[in-house]
Design a protein around this ligand. Structure first.
Ligand code: PLP
Length: 486
């Protein structure tokens, strides 16, 4: 891993090079720009760095080596499902017939692409027990937004416009209340019980004729299965509301149980989590939204339809909430997800879930004597630990542990989420990691806790091996200064 000193010594691309050094394979035609562009659109000068090709290649290769990704090392970021992305997915998405297809190609020239969309919709519907899916939304939060628009349209059609509240448990992902607020719903937060779950009796106290939707994650973000889900769904339905399932992290569920069978009316998936697909840094995602039969007419448009052996895009959908984005979906991700499903098969996907759960429990059981696990029972695909007792004894916090892991070559887990667990570490290993990798991570965590007792200041000073040390996180978030000025 590069040292801080090396990083500081490495100049920016703008600070490198010399005039006239750039490789020029083709003659310049600077004057020809005038022929195509209006004068006011042409910059009087463009101070681009003048570097040789080799220097440019070295510069960007060096930068690429400084990033941390799933291809570099273990990335146990809870609620994010950072799993290996099988290269076959990319090979399929890169097939010229798919990659080069224009989104406005007429249906008869896009039969293969439409068949892929249709097949993925069918596969997801059967895996999760929904009547139909739309692949239209561009990410998880976008799909939550779509689902709540669907709920709103449904209640409007039924004349139930006084349903204005959305119930969100305190374990929910932050996007849930945000999406509800964006659709104009009032958010009612529901505290979880001592077992880290929704208590149906507490839920009943906030249910009423104003309830529109109850948004749940199951297993929830504590990694616990909501074992009273049937009672919860019945209570919400009795009150006339809809059940929404946040399936962003379906890695414990896939092939084992289905939200449709639990009583959910609406759901979303993150293809860029459960179905591999690289993500992070704001990159492209894909968030299919699924619905039970009574909500199908409201799905986003267009819809892929199958008529015998022929596929077509349907735009004439009078009750649809309309398109959520330009074009039909993040199509390359649709191809990747279907490739992943086909490569694994139904049995393989079930195994994926089982191994994800096994790996999470293996880490949990191997560290619980040094880091408290507040919900001490078998978890699903992830679990939370707390550094609260350690902080009391040594002053070392969850943040310090996260930073110390970076020095040992591991990405930090999610920290300080969910909010109800103080000094929280949320660890999700996924199924793709070997026992050796998990053992290395466990050893690193145990070593850090030991160091916290022996030399707490050393842990509080971490990281020292990374390109950038500790940043002022408030300043970085509030006053980001990302611009280079000469
Ligand atoms: C990641 C995640 C989301 C949001 O998904 P994006 O694609 O980042 O918008 C929503 N809910 C849960 C539980 C998540 O883990």
């Amino acid at each position: 891993m590069p040292r801080l000193a090396d990083a500081l010594a490495a100049p920016l691309i703008f600070e490198q090079g010399q005039a006239g050094r750039a490789n020029r394979y083709f003659p310049r035609h600077a004057e020809s720009a005038d022929a195509y562009l209006p004068a006011e659109a042409i910059r009087p000068e463009l101070p681009l760095p003048d570097n040789s090709e080799l220097d440019v290649v070295r510069h960007f290769t060096r930068l690429s080596q400084r990033t941390f990704g799933i291809d570099t090392a273990f990335y146990p970021l809870g609620s994010c499902t950072m799993k290996y992305n099988p290269r076959i997915n990319d090979a399929m998405a890169n097939l010229p017939g798919l990659r080069d297809l224009h989104p406005f190609a007429p249906d008869e020239l896009a039969q293969g692409a439409l068949a892929i969309m249709w097949e993925l919709e069918r596969a997801l519907s059967s895996l999760f027990g929904m009547a139909e899916f739309s692949l239209n939304p561009a990410a998880g939060a976008h799909a939550e937004f779509a689902a709540l628009l669907i709920a709103k349209a449904y209640f409007r059609t039924r004349g139930e416009t006084r349903r204005t509240t959305v119930i969100v448990p305190d374990t929910a992902h932050g996007t849930n209340p945000a999406s509800a607020a964006m659709v104009g719903y009032k958010v009612v937060s529901l505290p979880s019980d001592k077992r880290g779950r929704v208590d149906p009796d507490e839920l009943k106290k906030v249910l009423g004729s104003d309830t529109a939707v109850c948004m749940m994650t199951n297993p929830n973000t504590l990694g616990l299965f909501e074992d009273r889900i049937k009672e919860i769904a019945d209570a919400v339905h009795d009150a006339g509301g809809l059940m929404y399932y946040d399936g962003a992290n379906a890695n414990a569920l896939m092939g084992n149980s289905r939200p449709g069978d639990m009583g959910f009316d609406l759901m979303h998936l993150n293809l860029h989590k459960t179905f591999s697909i690289p993500h992070g840094g704001g990159g492209a995602g894909a968030g299919p939204v699924g619905v039970a039969a009574h909500l199908v007419p409201f799905l986003p448009s267009p819809r892929v339809e199958r008529n015998g052996e022929e596929f077509s895009l349907q735009f004439e959908l009078p009750e649809s909430i309309g398109p959520m984005r330009s074009f039909w979906s993040n199509f390359a991700h649709v191809v990747r997800a279907l490739a992943y499903i086909c490569a694994n098969g139904e049995e393989g996907l079930t195994k994926v879930s089982q191994l994800a759960v096994l790996n999470a429990n293996y880490i949990r059981a191997s560290i619980r004597d040094v880091l408290e696990t507040p919900y001490d029972e078998p978890c699903r695909h992830e679990f939370v630990a707390t550094a609260q007792p350690l902080k009391r004894e040594t002053g070392v916090r969850a943040l310090d542990i996260a930073k110390a892991l970076l020095d040992r070559g591991y990405h930090a887990p999610t920290i300080y989420f969910p909010l109800l667990v103080p000094e929280c570490l949320m660890i999700e290993p996924t199924e793709t990691e070997s026992k050796e990798t998990l053992d290395g991570f466990i050893a690193a965590l145990r070593e850090i806790v030991q160091q916290a007792h022996d030399d707490p200041v050393a842990v509080q000073c971490a990281p020292i091996e990374t390109v950038v040390g500790r940043v002022d996180e408030t300043k970085a978030a509030r006053e980001p200064d990302l611009r280079w000025r000469p």
